[in-house]
Design a protein around this ligand. Structure first.
Ligand code: GLN
Length: 487
């Protein structure tokens, strides 16, 4: 009984909690125990405060006994990527720069989860400052893919994806700047939703590239993603990019929004470099929707080939500016032997940041420097507009776009030692961030080697309700999301 508790969905557990069949303390103990068993292998956690989690669970059970339950998430253990601030808990961004740092405040999403009664359990590993696609860039340790521990879990939210897939948390939050929710979700066989830019507040998220970053749910089912999104979405005056959008009932929409939909297949996402097993799984998904009476149309996003270039100019420029705050003065790593203030900056940053972060800061500083700004940054912004227009044009014809999430299933550790090879993993996910759109990855099959394959659905701005309904229709008719790794 307890053995399957940690693998149940949020929706199912919330029913069981309501019926009194299980308590939050039992459930929280089950995930803590599971973490103790599998995390020495998976290594999804940077830290986890067991006593604190159990205290939250007790409080939830007491609320329930008093008839004051706070909603569907009340009592459910949820993990946070270690870039999302929780008051009085460590916040490392998996960087030496923030080792030992304790957050003085809650992120808005944290606050909302707490107000919904969720039990916060686990600070989950990532590529340092969310820069990477494999968690190999973590300064703490790499996380392993629960389906094959010789393979990466993807990144940068690799810890979140692996923890959900391995039953160490019931659901998690990740962040997505160029694919960091969807790519690891695809690699670990879970659902990952990147919401529309502006739907979820980033207050209290360690900033990487502010015009691209979004926080979103990583779950075992589409319904669970809807439940988490419900809690974290909505305007926040502490994030100036947060949009005043009407928040619909996302779970209800899974039933009320029915197809057939018009589905666009962007030609540019099915070219060279797409693994045949991934292509075959995605083709089957297309056939499924066709069988449901959906109209399938080939569309073109002609500026797709500039996505990677535009992203690595814009994201690095913004990162170089955001990371300027780590100067060894106010917080973060401080070099011990510095002789003067400039030396203190230089040494603290040289010691605190890892290689990939340094590479991005150097590149970003270059593209922003006077004389190069127009040639690189400004031009990339113009290209970005063209990329967004491609999508908006496609949406004149179709409701959603369907693509593979990644060109290949998870790869072996060390297989992409060349940074460019790693950057190419995001080829199907970064256009979505540049255009500010919502997109979800969900399991759509397995490779011959037993690794999960992800299907990406991309929606119109702020049409998460519809997007999730399209994803739900696929999930309901398949069993991929019910498979569990052997650990
Ligand atoms: N892999 C991409 C990068 O390294 C995207 C990361 C992300 O979405 N945070 O920048």
């Amino acid at each position: 009984m307890a053995a399957e508790l940690f693998y149940a969905s949020v929706a199912e557990l919330s029913r069981r909690l309501a019926e009194g069949g299980v308590s939050s303390v039992e459930l929280t103990r089950a995930v803590i125990e599971r973490t103790g068993t599998v995390d020495p292998t998976v290594r999804a956690f940077n830290s986890g405060d067991e006593a604190d989690a159990l205290r939250q669970a007790e409080a939830s059970d007491q609320r329930r006994a008093a008839g004051k339950t706070m909603g569907v998430l009340d009592g459910i253990p949820i993990g946070l990527k270690d870039v999302i601030a929780v008051k009085d808990q460590p916040l490392t961004a998996s960087s030496r720069m923030l080792a030992g740092f304790v957050s003085p405040y809650d992120a808005t999403v944290t606050n909302r989860l707490k107000s919904a009664g969720a039990v916060l359990w686990g600070r989950l590993n990532l590529d340092e400052f969310a820069m990477g696609s494999s968690t190999e860039n973590s300064a703490m340790h790499p996380t392993c893919n629960p389906w094959d521990t010789g393979c990466v879990p993807g990144g940068s939210s690799g810890g979140s994806a692996a923890a959900v897939a391995a039953g160490e948390v019931i659901a998690a939050l990740g962040s997505d700047t160029g694919g960091s929710i969807r790519q690891p979700a695809a690699f670990c066989g879970v659902v990952g939703l990147k919401p529309t830019y502006g739907l979820v507040s980033r207050f209290g998220l360690v900033a990487f590239a502010s015009s691209l970053d979004q926080i979103g749910p990583m779950t075992r089912t589409v319904e669970d993603a809807a439940l988490l999104l419900q809690v974290i979405a909505g305007h926040d005056e502490r994030d100036s990019t947060s949009f005043r959008a009407e928040i619909p009932d996302y779970r209800a929409a899974l039933q009320t929004k029915q197809g057939p939909w018009k589905i666009g297949i962007p030609r540019e996402y099915f070219g060279d470099g797409l693994d045949p097993e991934v292509a075959a799984a995605v083709d089957k998904a297309v056939a499924f929707y066709r069988g449901q009476g959906c109209e399938i149309r080939e569309v073109s996003l002609p500026h797709t080939r500039y996505c990677l270039d535009a992203y690595y100019v814009i994201a690095t420029a913004e990162a170089s500016s955001n990371l300027a705050r780590y100067d060894g003065i106010r917080y973060g790593h401080r070099a011990k032997e510095a002789t003067d203030v400039v030396d203190l900056y230089c040494q603290s940053r040289a010691e605190g940041f890892g290689d990939e972060v340094k590479r991005r800061i150097i590149l970003g500083t270059y593209v922003l420097s006077s004389g190069y700004y127009d040639a690189y940054y400004l031009r990339a912004q113009k290209v970005r507009t063209l990329i967004r227009q491609d999508f908006l044009k496609a949406y004149e014809e179709v409701d959603v776009l369907l693509t593979p999430t990644t060109p290949t299933p998870a790869f072996k550790f060390g297989a992409k030692a060349d940074p460019l090879a790693l950057y190419l993993c995001d080829i199907y996910t970064i256009g979505v961030n540049l255009a500010g759109l919502p997109a979800v990855s969900l399991p759509c099959g397995f490779s011959g080697a037993g690794l999960p394959i992800g299907l990406q659905l991309i929606g119109r701005p702020f049409q998460e309700a519809n997007l999730l309904a399209v994803a739900h229709a696929f999930e309901q008719a398949h069993d991929w999301h019910r498979r569990r790794p052997q650990l």
